[in-house]
Design a binder for this molecule. Sequence first.
Ligand SMILES: Nc1ncnc2c1ncn2[C@@H]1O[C@H](COP(=O)(O)OP(=O)(O)O)[C@@H](O)[C@H]1O
Ligand SMILES: [Mg+2]
Length: 325
Amino acid sequence: MRITVLIDQWSEKPEDHDPVADQVTAALLEGEHEVSYVGVHGDLRALVDDLERSKPELVFNLSESFRDHLFGAVGIVGMLDLLGIKYTGGGPGEFYMQQDKALTKKLLAFDKIKYPEFAVFSQDSDFETGGNLRMPLFVKPLRQDSSIGIGKDALVDNFRDMMKRILSIHDKINDAALVEEYIDGREIYVGVLGNSMPTALPPIEIDFSGLPEGAPKIMSSRAKWNTRSAEYKGTKAVLADLPDELKARLQKVALDAYRALRVRDYGRVDMRLTPSGDIYVLEVNASCYLEKDSEFATSARVAGMSYVQLINEIVDLAVERHGIR
Ligand SMILES: Nc1ncnc2c1ncn2[C@@H]1O[C@H](COP(=O)(O)OP(=O)(O)O)[C@@H](O)[C@H]1O
Ligand SMILES: [Mg+2]
């Protein structure tokens, strides 16, 4: 099959992108596909030209943004739809629903899936809340990912600090602020693959035991990206050691959330598990990060699927969903 890998390019140079694009390309070549590459870097006309030139039967979509547009990822897949190009993963509607973390909760609520109680503080309108919130609270941007705007001051235990955090998100991130009840518990991620019959992969847990004494047990932006920080060094993703019953319950919640958010082909559900056994969904990541050592690829490997198999399985799922050939 003729497949084009679509990825965000950080500069004019084609090689200037996340290594995941090269890993996916290599896996597709091993799957005997004919693979080309198109970078997304701010010039929409050039992007359309590049896509039309490469004439893909399928785009493997790894793109997550467009310039500094808040809904850049939504726009890129919307453009693919309008061009009549088929692609892996979520479409504009799916991306919009999972990017707005308050909207996500409203969809989870219909299926009685637990989530942290919350309130939204927009820049331009009154706040929106479902009721009283209990301290401590966690304050984060409503529509960002990759822990953008999440540092150790995200966790607050009084009104003053909460307001400070809200205003800082308005001013520095230029997004609405989402205030949630802080869920003290284990952090578990469950990857899911499939469409009409999705399957949940083995749960992965974030081990916070290496964090400095007193540091909040959260995946802050430093813990995710700053390889030299104490937070990065003190957190690691491991296969969750859980009794079968609990593991099955986590997988069931992940599958329910995946369906509620209409995720396509693959995704990852981020959850917290309290000491009393309650499971809260923090967010649903449609088309989650596919880097070789990511939580998702790791759990697929544990389930017996090599990286090459995983990437080609995602292609097969998209092909089947689109009814290509
Ligand atoms: N309500 C919450 N209670 C406890 N921890 C939270 C809560 N919300 C977010 N976190 C922490 O912050 C991290 C990032 O939050 P998340 O909602 O997953 O945003 P992102 O899209 O940036 O990954 C989580 O992995 C978790 O460690
Ligand atoms: Mg997350």
